[in-house]
Design a protein around this ligand. Structure first.
Ligand SMILES: [Zn+2]
Length: 277
């Protein structure tokens, strides 16, 4: 059971923060009804056919499918694209935005999620770094250009049983070859990082603006398997609030909440509301 004192510490740090950095991993979306794709169980429970084929998330999130089986590749990514399109960000996003907005200095978001949920929840696109890209941006599979373009809609159907795409798959407007999402896959040598690099530069610029400010990092649902998000939070000056139901421990001084993201954010908010601010 989470200590009330720990929630109190988190609430106090957030209220006193001069700037708030939010760092998020796959666990952030669980409260919105999104499966935690990094954990096999949740994903396979929803997609038993992938379990039957012996395919894990990391097997599927591989650029090889775009070469070998485009219908399967776009079945997987198209399904996720549609899922993210129709998902409504859980109330924890609004709490985070409210806390960031109340701080003296604008905050920033660093996320490994490719689902565009922070933008959807009203966070400024200029203040988000999507380190693994975003599913609603596309690139050419044969890298004929380093252009990245948006995909406002997908014009094909997905067979819900087999998760195979049927119909016209997205193509590169320049060369006519198959297009793919601009997300970093496993063993991905062709991912175009230009958009992500630009976002990261803005993050570094933001870091310069908060030098000497009381900064709080709120890390949500970031596992240690792909540790980039955890390292970002741990390397920030100021206070780290690590929210993670399974791996909440952190460097000395970390405020650890072994809870789900939504549950923890609402619990912190309740403490803030109790005390007025
Ligand atoms: Zn092309």
């Amino acid at each position: 059971m989470t200590n009330r004192l720990t929630l109190q510490q988190a609430a106090t740090a957030i209220v006193a923060a001069e700037s708030i950095l939010i760092t998020a991993g796959a666990g952030m979306g669980v409260g919105s009804g999104l499966p935690d794709f990094r954990g096999h169980q949740g994903f396979w429970k929803i997609h038993p056919q992938y379990a039957a084929e012996g395919l894990s998330f990391s097997d599927l999130a591989n650029p090889i499918w775009f070469e070998n089986d485009p219908a399967k590749a776009w079945g997987f990514y198209g399904y996720r694209y549609q899922l993210y399109q129709k998902t409504i960000p859980h109330p924890g996003f609004a709490l985070l935005k409210c806390w960031q907005d109340k701080a003296q200095q604008p905050g920033f978001v660093v996320t490994s999620n490719v689902d565009g949920q922070f933008q959807k929840a009203g966070f400024s696109d200029e203040r988000i770094s999507e380190c693994h890209g975003a599913i609603h941006y596309l690139q050419c599979t044969v890298s004929c250009t380093d252009e990245i373009w948006t995909a406002p809609e997908l014009r094909f159907d997905i067979d819900p049983q087999q998760l195979l795409a049927k119909g016209d798959l997205p193509i590169c407007p320049r060369c006519g070859e198959l297009a793919r999402p601009n997300v970093l896959m496993f063993g991905d040598r062709d991912w175009l990082s230009t958009r992500s690099d630009q976002q990261r530069r803005r993050f570094y610029e933001w870091e310069n603006t908060i030098a000497g400010k009381k900064t709080v990092t709120i890390e949500l649902g970031a596992g240690s398997t792909i540790g980039g998000i955890r390292r970002t939070g741990a390397s920030m000056p100021g206070t780290l609030i690590r929210i993670n139901p399974r791996e909440a421990e952190g460097p000395p001084g970390t405020i650890s909440l072994a809870m789900g993201a939504l549950e923890a954010l609402q619990a912190i908010d309740a403490v803030i509301q109790d005390h007025g601010d």
